[in-house]
Design a protein around this ligand. Structure first.
Ligand code: HEC
Length: 137
């Protein structure tokens, strides 16, 4: 069953910006999970990802915060960690080739950063959407 779902989803990924094979494997896993949560799921969306990335929420520390608070609105620019004041290199993979290449890294930071902003770990749908958005920048 799982294999069949993957097979059906495969042609859709042709339309997405390309990820390296390791990252594409992670995206495909997220798709299976998103489809499991909602049978109507078709694909992740850059537009929904933009909403996730740019809207602000009362975060873990009780402050109003968004992904852009640390990563800046323009993903091609440096950001700054508002908690430590450290400079963050651009999140845009076209500007910074070290971005969205290591699944382990991406998983770790998505988990932490979603907790910071949304006070919970993102769903498969939210993670996939925001990765499509970041990858489009
Ligand atoms: C409090 C500051 C802060 C906020 C808010 C924040 N991030 Fe981050 N983010 C970081 C830090 C620190 C790192 C790790 C250092 C680095 O990679 O520059 C990081 C790394 C990442 C990475 C790893 C990318 C890679 O391949 O190296 C992704 C993806 C990411 N953040 C997405 C998000 C998303 C999505 C949100 C909103 C839900 C968000 N971040 C909000 C601080 C933040």
């Amino acid at each position: 069953m799982k294999r069949r779902v993957l097979f059906l989803l495969l042609p859709l990924s042709v339309f997405a910006s390309s990820f390296n094979p390791q990252m594409q494997g992670y995206i495909d896993d997220l798709k299976v999970e998103a489809k499991g949560n909602n049978p109507d799921f078709i694909d992740f969306s850059v537009q929904r990802g933009e909403q996730i990335f740019t809207t602000s929420h009362i975060g873990k520390r009780g402050e109003r915060i968004s992904c852009t608070s640390c990563h800046s609105l323009n993903l091609r620019n440096n950001g700054k960690n508002i908690h430590t004041n450290k400079v963050l290199e651009p999140l845009s993979p076209s500007k910074n080739t070290k971005r969205l290449v290591k699944v382990k890294n991406v998983k770790k930071w998505l988990r932490r950063n979603f907790n910071d902003v949304y006070t919970k770990e993102g769903t498969a749908l939210q993670k996939g959407d925001v990765l499509y958005y970041i990858n489009s920048k």
